[in-house]
Design a protein around this ligand. Structure first.
Ligand code: GA4
Length: 356
């Protein structure tokens, strides 16, 4: 079933802005202040000097590219995405689509070991690489959440971090591959197992379609100020989890929403991580999307830090005041996740739990 996009993409909607970049080797109290400010003002920031070893990142990237460069029948062995597994073009269960292929894994080690058997010809190497990467980014997520706890002056500043450190945490790890549109023959497989082939020849409409009339296409302003066609790889959404850490190769594509249909491009920096987090409306859970780069394939590796399924989620008492009353009723992570999967990508997932 093909469902029309909920939000039509408006033309010429790109506004470059300076995004906060936080050096984690600075004085801790400064870092805490910067994290709080960025989370309140934008709901998004980058971290550098984060301590995740370059080699760990490089190994993960190599495994990811090795997986995505396989033939469609090989990749399909790791699917279908229910929601874990290999997916192509279909996102979630409610008709969202995008020009992306992905691997979605649970961060639980037993699950990684099990999945690796259908993902790689060397499952031990793949699962070790994922384990090292996930452990390193989880440590970074814990460090950031501890600082969020300090910045929010929580009576127990480590409370948030403990939710994702928990052995039963429902955190997931996602590898997104956005094949380029031009100069190579891009062969992707949709979830029905059929093969889509695009023989690109240096023209953004080389496949004979009028791209501007296609779902998800819009005009974007390129670096030189001219207008080029853009295609959405992963549509506008906010992440349901507590904290997201995204690292991409040096290919532009990620954009964050500034509201009113304006989008700020995030410059790619393979040495940094992009971060977003949320709390009772005090911090913004930034809406974002990923565009396909016409010329180069983009790869993002995304860690989503989540609590255990049974964990009760309620606004932190410290964020609830007479002026800022509780916006949401308490719920378990399992309830929230179920609601999230019943909605479209662009829907507001917290709405079913709103009190005011
Ligand atoms: C967005 C964040 C994560 O990528 C994800 C996504 C999930 C999926 O791709 O299966 C969802 C999406 C994400 C939010 C709403 C639902 C669920 C697709 C979708 C339409 C893995 C997650 O946890 O939520």
């Amino acid at each position: 079933m093909v469902v029309a996009p909920l939000t039509p993409v408006r033309p010429d909607c790109i506004r470059p802005i300076g995004l906060p970049v936080i050096d984690l080797t600075r004085k801790r109290s400064d870092v805490v202040d910067l994290i709080v400010r960025a989370s309140e003002e934008l709901g998004f920031f980058k971290v550098v000097n984060h301590g995740v070893p370059r080699q760990v990142v490089a190994n993960m990237e190599a495994e990811a590219f090795a997986f995505f460069s396989q033939s469609p029948p090989e990749k399909i062995k790791a699917g279908p995405p229910n929601p874990l597994g290999y997916g192509c073009k279909n996102i979630g269960f409610n008709g969202d689509t995008g020009e992306v292929e992905y691997l979605l894994l649970h961060t639980n080690q037993a699950s990684i070991n099990h999945r690796s058997k259908t993902i790689s010809k060397d499952p031990n190497k793949f699962s070790c690489t994922v384990r090292e990467y996930v452990e390193a980014v989880k440590d970074l997520a814990v460090e950031i959440l501890e600082m969020v706890g300090e910045g929010l002056r929580l009576s127990d500043p480590k409370k948030l971090a403990r939710l994702i450190r928990d052995g039963e945490s429902d955190s997931v790890f996602r590898l997104n591959h956005y094949p380029s549109l031009i100069s190579t023959t891009t062969t992707t497989t949709n979830n029905n197992g059929t093969v889509d082939k695009d023989n690109n020849n240096n023209s953004s409409s080389s496949n004979g379609r009028d791209m501007s009339s296609q779902q998800g296409w819009c005009n974007v302003v390129n670096g030189g100020g001219g207008s080029v066609k853009g295609v959405v790889g992963f549509g506008e959404h906010s992440d349901p989890q507590i904290l997201t850490l995204l690292r991409s190769n040096d290919v532009v594509g990620l954009q964050i929403s500034l509201g009113d249909g304006l989008w700020a491009p995030v410059s790619p920096d393979p040495d940094s991580f992009c971060v977003n987090a949320l709390t009772n409306g005090r911090f913004i859970s930034v809406r974002h999307r990923a565009m396909v780069n016409p010329y180069r394939s983009r790869l993002s590796m995304v860690y989503f830090g989540a609590p255990p399924l049974h964990a009760r989620i309620a606004p932190l008492p410290e964020t609830v005041t007479a002026q800022t009353p509780s916006l949401y009723r308490p719920f378990t992570w399992a309830e929230y996740k179920k609601a999230a999967y019943s909605l479209r990508l662009s829907h507001s997932r917290l709405d079913p739990f709103r009190t005011v």
